[in-house]
Design a protein around this ligand. Structure first.
Ligand SMILES: [Ca+2]
Length: 174
């Protein structure tokens, strides 16, 4: 299993755990196989769903400290999905833990993914490129490994595997 696949699996595992938690609260059945399908469907998903890149690459990327790092998000929804309301999730796992993005460019530390809130709730549309992070205008990433996640799912304020599509990119600073 590659690092990318492993990281996606970790994220899926959190989705499964969180889905189970939501399912318990809502009394809804939870299908683990659905999350596994999402995790294993990267090719189709990348073409039509959210996409993340670091310095234009799908990664993983390894760079020395002080290198310029630009992380961009793209969305290419299927035509049948344009306009559908979705929760939009932007999350990163940094060396010191999990963060989610709220508003534009503000990150909040969270103890685990059960504290996550949607970055926004909006209809799906085509986004050619949106800069989530640029070290030239913000700060240099400290040494360590970071994995950024960007995804959309059914619009209910919770991160579940309902219609979940996401991408991730990993960057290591040494
Ligand atoms: Ca949701």
């Amino acid at each position: 299993m590659s690092t990318r696949q492993a990281n996606k699996s970790i994220f899926s595992l959190f989705v499964i755990i969180f889905s189970a938690w939501v399912g318990i609260l809502c009394g809804a059945p939870v299908s683990i196989s659905e999350a596994e399908i999402v995790a294993g469907d990267e090719t189709a998903y990348v073409k039509t769903g959210p996409d993340l890149k670091v310095n234009g690459s799908d990664g993983p990327v390894t760079l020395p400290y002080g290198s310029r790092v630009i992380i961009t998000a793209h969305v290419n929804p299927e035509s049948s999905e344009v306009g559908l309301m979705r929760d939009w999730w932007v999350v990163k796992h940094a060396p010191d833990g999990w963060y989610y993005m709220w508003g534009t460019g503000f990150w909040d530390y969270i103890p685990d993914l059960s504290y996550i809130e949607p970055t926004t709730q909006a209809g799906l549309g085509f986004i050619p490129s949106y800069t989530l992070f640029d070290s030239a205008t913000l700060y240099d990433l400290s040494k360590g490994t970071y994995t950024y996640y960007f995804g959309v799912d059914f619009c209910d304020g919770y991160l579940t595997d309902d219609d979940l599509e996401y991408d991730s990119v990993t960057i290591t600073i040494y």
